[in-house]
Design a binder for this molecule. Structure first.
Ligand SMILES: Cc1ncc(COP(=O)(O)O)c(C=O)c1O
Length: 404
């Protein structure tokens, strides 16, 4: 009887694994635990009052659009608002090429369903976003793993791959303040990448949830904007954005800006997945953003997260228990930094000791489709305040000393 359902699991779903992060998040709800594990926004900055006002507005002004079934493509005024929002970045695409999704995670899922056959080659940065690997588990791609450095994707390595005749279904890239490492693709690499896409007919999936969260410097030009500047329309780059890190992940509102050739297929796919993204969330997002919330709120996020990033860098710089040779990234934005221990160290073993010290992080192996990175780990700096960050890094030091 026990096997009634389990014997019938489809072949593609047999290899599914639970996300280590989501499992860890359950552990880290204890009040004494300091968690650098999740990619959680700072809860004290959630714009709850503004969203409550937007919700009241939506229900009063547009009860049908808020409560009724809606178009699969998304709530029209929100699509237009998103088209204007990304248009400021140079992603000038007609509103009918902007689709609203249930977070960018759904965009990743849809693209996997649409573009990946079992065994199909998909080029990814290594390490890369764990949620993308999870989204594509049942599609069973063959990952072509490309190295990254402080300037993001190693475009030479990609060019060598393409020149050797390999034709990935697409390249997946988190172009700004990458999850998990915090690195950003350098401007000259951006241009080269889009040129390569055109030369080798390489589709690119650009996932950009963090681009607005820069702490000094300026907004990087999305690959999608470079694509449009070069080709007059979105041609090689599909662009994914989201309100999760800018307002609240609970809204589950994101978007895809897609080349015209993909739009209809994405819509047909979404019809079967969820009919449409929740009307209520879309209407709340629209009324909140129409009233300028993003422009008011993003500077608050930048100020707070910038301080926290600095607090974590300072704590790491002064932590004496880090083994000689330990390195970490110094991200100009986003929510994460990436720590590399000496080659012989194991971050999963360290995590077990760290949890005993009441501090959590994500071991880096999770983000490596090829299973490397045992000596690396991801630290989130957006969720905890500076005193907890200092204390959490001290606890990691204590866990390292247990080992020594
Ligand atoms: C790179 C990346 N892509 C996508 C997502 C998913 O975001 P959303 O909440 O919009 O689904 C995340 C969330 O952490 C992320 O880091």
């Amino acid at each position: 009887m026990d096997s009634l359902w389990t014997d019938r699991i489809a072949a593609g779903a047999l290899g599914m694994r639970s996300s280590a992060i989501r499992d860890l998040l359950k552990l880290t709800t204890q009040p004494t635990m300091i968690s650098f594990a999740g990619g959680l926004p700072a809860p004290e900055l959630f714009p709850a009052e503004e969203l409550a006002a937007a919700s009241a507005h939506a229900l009063a002004e547009a009860p049908l659009a808020t409560l009724q079934y809606g178009p699969t493509e998304g709530f029209g005024p929100l699509r237009e608002l998103v088209a204007n929002w990304v248009g400021r970045l140079g992603i000038r695409a007609p509103t009918d090429q902007v689709l609203i999704t249930a977070g960018s995670q759904q965009g990743l899922d849809m693209l996997g369903r649409l573009l990946i056959d079992p065994g199909a080659p998909v080029a990814v940065e290594e390490p890369t976003y764990l949620g993308a690997l999870q989204a594509w588990q049942t599609c069973q791609p063959h990952y072509l793993r490309l190295p990254i450095d402080e300037d993001g994707l190693d475009v030479d390595a990609l060019e060598a791959l393409l020149a050797s005749g390999v034709r990935p279904r697409f390249l997946y890239i988190v172009s700004c303040f990458q999850n998990p490492t915090g690195v950003t693709l350098a401007p000259e690499r951006r241009v080269r990448l889009v040129e390569l896409a055109a030369r080798y007919q390489l589709p690119i999936v650009e996932d950009d949830p963090y681009g607005e969260l820069y702490y000094g410097g300026q907004r990087s030009t999305p690959l999608a904007a470079i694509d449009i500047a070069m080709h007059g329309e979105p041609r090689y780059v599909v662009y994914l954005g989201t309100l999760s890190k800018l307002l609240a992940p609970g809204l589950r509102v994101g978007w895809i800006v897609a080349p015209r050739t993909l739009v209809d297929r994405l819509v047909m796919l979404k019809q079967g997945l969820d009919l449409h993204t929740g009307s209520m969330a879309q209407a709340v997002a629209y009324y909140a953003c129409r009233d300028g919330l993003l422009d008011r709120h993003i500077p608050r996020l930048r100020a707070l997260y910038g301080e926290r990033r600095d607090a974590m860098l300072a704590a790491l710089a002064s932590e004496r228990a880090l083994p000689v040779g330990t390195r970490w990234t110094r991200p100009d934005g986003g929510m994460f930094l990436w720590l590399t221990l000496p080659a012989e160290d194991d971050a999963e073993a360290l995590l077990a000791r760290a949890l005993a010290e009441q501090v959590a992080f994500v071991p880096g192996r999770q983000f490596h489709p090829g299973g490397g990175g045992a000596n690396t780990l991801r630290l989130n700096f957006s969720h905890s305040g500076p005193p907890q960050i200092a204390e959490g890094v001290r606890r990691i030091g204590a866990a390292l000393r247990v080992h020594a």
